[in-house]
Design a binder for this molecule. Sequence first.
Ligand code: KG4
Ligand code: ZN
Length: 391
Amino acid sequence: MKILAIETSCDETAAAVIEKNGSEIKILANVVASQINIHQKYGGIFPEIASRAHVEKIIPVVEQALVCKKHTKVWSTKQSVTQALQKNVAQALQKNVAQALACDKPDAIAVTTGPGLIGSLLVGVNFAKTYAYVKNLPIIGINHWLGHIYSNFIGKSQISKLKSQSKIPEFPSLILIASGGHTGLILMKNHDKIQTLGETLDDAAGEAFDKVAKLLGLGYPGGPAISAAAEKILNPKSEIRNKSQIPKIKLPRPMLERSDFDFSFSGLKTAVLYKIKELTNNYHLKPKIFSAALAAEFQQAVIDILVGKTIQAAYQYRPKSICLCGGVSANKELREQMKKAVEKLPWKTSYHVPPIELSTDNAAMIGIAAAYHLGPKTSWDKINANANLKL
Ligand code: KG4
Ligand code: ZN
C-alpha cells in the first residue's frame, strides 16, 4: 500500500510517498518546500504569511511527491513577502488542483493534525480531507511529535540520501525530541505504549537557539546560525587565530541537577542576554569573536543539558536503544556528543539519529508514523486540525 503524507504544521510545506509492504516500509518520495527565505526578514515565523505560503505550495509539492518518486527534493520559496501576499491564492489552488488529482493514486493519506500553527495546520489538513473525499481514500491523522519519533524508523528508502539508517530501534527505546516547538524525553515500550518522561516547562531547545541567535544578531533560523558561529571557535582551522582574544564565558545548565526529566531553556536565554550586556560594557571585543564565543558556550550548555538528561533517564529505564530527533538533532555537535555518551553506557544500547533531511520538518516521518499506526479506517469528516494536540 502507498501512503501519501502531508506536513504543514509550521514553515515547511512537505509531501512524501511511503510504501508499506507487509512489515517492510520504504520511502518513495520526499519533497519539502521551505519558507526560510520569506521569514528571514522578520527574524522568526510570521504565522499569517506561513499559512499563505502553504496554500501556494501545497499542490505543487504533492504533485512533485507523486510524480518524481525517486528524488528527495528541497525547494526554497524565493518569492518576496509582498509577492506572497499579493498573489491570488485561490487562483494558485485552482491552477494546480487538476494536475495533482490526475497523478498516481495512493491507497491512503496521512496528515499532521497538530500541534503547530493553526493557520498552517489547516492548509495541510483541509488539503488532505479534500483529497481523501475526492479520491475516496482513508485518512490517518498524525501527531507531529509522533512523526519526529518515527524519523528514526525509516527502514528502507528508495532515496540514496536517506539510506544511511539501516537498523530500526529496538524497544524499550528512549527518545529525545528537540525541536523548535517542543523538547521532551519519551519512553517507547512498543508502538502503542509511548510515555512522556519529561518535557520543557517553557521554551523548546530550538526556540532557545532561535531567540539567542536573534539576541546575537546572527539571523534566522537560529540553530544553523549559532552552530556556524560556534564553529569559528571550535574548528581548529578557524579564522580566529589568536585564541587569547576569545573571552572565557560560562553559562548555567538549568535543571541538570534535578532528578526529574523536565527541561527549562528560558533562563539560559536570559543568562545570554545578561552576558551580552556585561561583555559589551567591560571589553573592547571584536563583535565576531564575542558572538562566536557566546554562541559556542550557549550551544555547549544546551548540549550538556540534552545529553545529561537523556543519560540520566537511560540509567533509570535501561533502554535497548536511544534515539535523537527533531530539528535540533540536525546539530552536528549534539549528534556526536550524544553518540559518545551513549557508547559509554555500561550496557549495550544502540544509538539512532535521522539523516539531516529528516531531522527538520518533513512528510516522510509522518508517512512512516502512519504506516505503523494504520488502525481502523477513518474518513475525511473525522479529521480536524488541533494546534495544541498532545502526544
Ligand atoms: O523540528 P523542526 O524542523 O520544527 C519544529 O517542529 O519545531 O525544528 C526547527 C528547529 C528550529 O528552532 C531550528 O533553529 C532548529 O530546529 N535547528 C537547529 C539546527 N537546525 C535546525 N538547532 C540547532 N542546530 C542546528 N543545526
Ligand atoms: Zn517538527
